[in-house]
Design a protein around this ligand. Structure first.
Ligand SMILES: [Zn+2]
Length: 293
């Protein structure tokens, strides 16, 4: 889609040889920025701004198809979902878009499973070989269920989430604790890491003929999550250290240092951090379980 800047005004006079910065806007844009009340400028027309404006015109009042399809397809769920809360929860301190990639595709019903491929003769699940391989079946498959139970137990025991083992689909697909509320951020992030790791191992059953071992997948999820916790804590440590040795005065807010108390604790206002013994034990136990299996 092409877009053109089709209107500008010259408040203080002007000519074709001298065009003022102030007064330029895109088609269908107001002349003033709503938040500031200031006139729009040519220099405001960045690629990001133009893309955002053009996209909003295409998607205004359009709901993602997944909202309808999760409720009305053959393999649908039969509980209320707060999709607005789910979409707003995309991206956390402990999970970036890459780490959430496969989980977001699941929410949008865009993940590749066998029953989406009409050319395939066999739609049986690659893990259990019994049921049709649908997106919902990824959560309900008997071979995958021990993984989801382990994930939800960790969320309950370490990440302060309620026990969601009676609502696995709600917790894993939508990261919701009930029809209104999301699970705690740390639990949402861990489930997203776990689903990313699961989908990699699930795909490798077909692509590399590698057997699925839920304990190995769980260990992979723990390591991925631990890396994200380290990265977040390290960013705070670097920020604090930088502020200490420069003239910039803004510090990390106190509540940020206590955002994930079950995972990491800070000392020296953010100059050093330590993983909690609970979290370290969970990582250790997951690794030991792989050795025993
Ligand atoms: Zn299955």
């Amino acid at each position: 889609m092409s877009y053109r800047v089709d209107s500008y005004s010259l408040s203080g006079g002007g000519s074709i040889d001298w065009v003022p910065n102030v007064g330029w806007r895109m088609k269908h844009q107001s002349t003033k920025v709503k938040a500031t009340g200031m006139s729009r400028k040519l220099s405001d027309l960045t690629i990001h701004g133009i893309t955002k404006h053009a996209t909003s015109r295409l998607t205004r009042k359009v709901k993602p198809n997944c909202i309808h399809n999760w409720k009305h397809t053959t393999h649908c769920v039969r509980f209320a979902i707060n999709f607005r809360a789910v979409f707003q929860s995309f991206g956390t301190d402990l999970s970036d878009p890459t780490e959430e990639r496969q989980w977001r595709k699941l929410v949008h019903r865009a993940i590749n499973v066998r029953n989406r491929n009409p050319k395939l003769d066999d739609w049986k699940c690659r893990l259990c070989g019994c049921e049709e391989e649908s997106m919902l079946h990824l959560i309900q498959c008997l071979q995958a269920k021990p993984l989801w139970y382990a994930v939800l137990l960790l969320c309950r025991d370490v990440l302060e989430a309620p026990d969601m083992r009676g609502s696995i689909e709600r917790a894993i697909i939508f990261n919701q604790a009930n029809p209104k509320d999301m699970l705690p951020t740390a639990a949402c992030a861990f489930i997203r890491h776990a689903f990313n790791t699961f989908y990699r191992d699930f795909a490798m059953v077909d692509t590399h003929h590698k057997p699925f071992d839920w304990q190995r997948t769980f260990n992979g999820a723990m390591l991925s999550y631990q890396r994200a916790v380290f990265a977040w804590a390290e960013s705070i440590k670097i920020f604090t250290t930088h502020r200490r040795y420069t003239k910039q005065t803004r510090q990390v807010p106190e509540d940020t240092l206590h955002r994930f108390p079950k995972l990491v604790t800070f000392t020296g206002n953010g100059l050093a951090y330590h993983l909690t013994s609970e979290f370290k034990k969970a990582v250790h136990d997951a690794a030991e379980a792989v050795k025993r299996s």
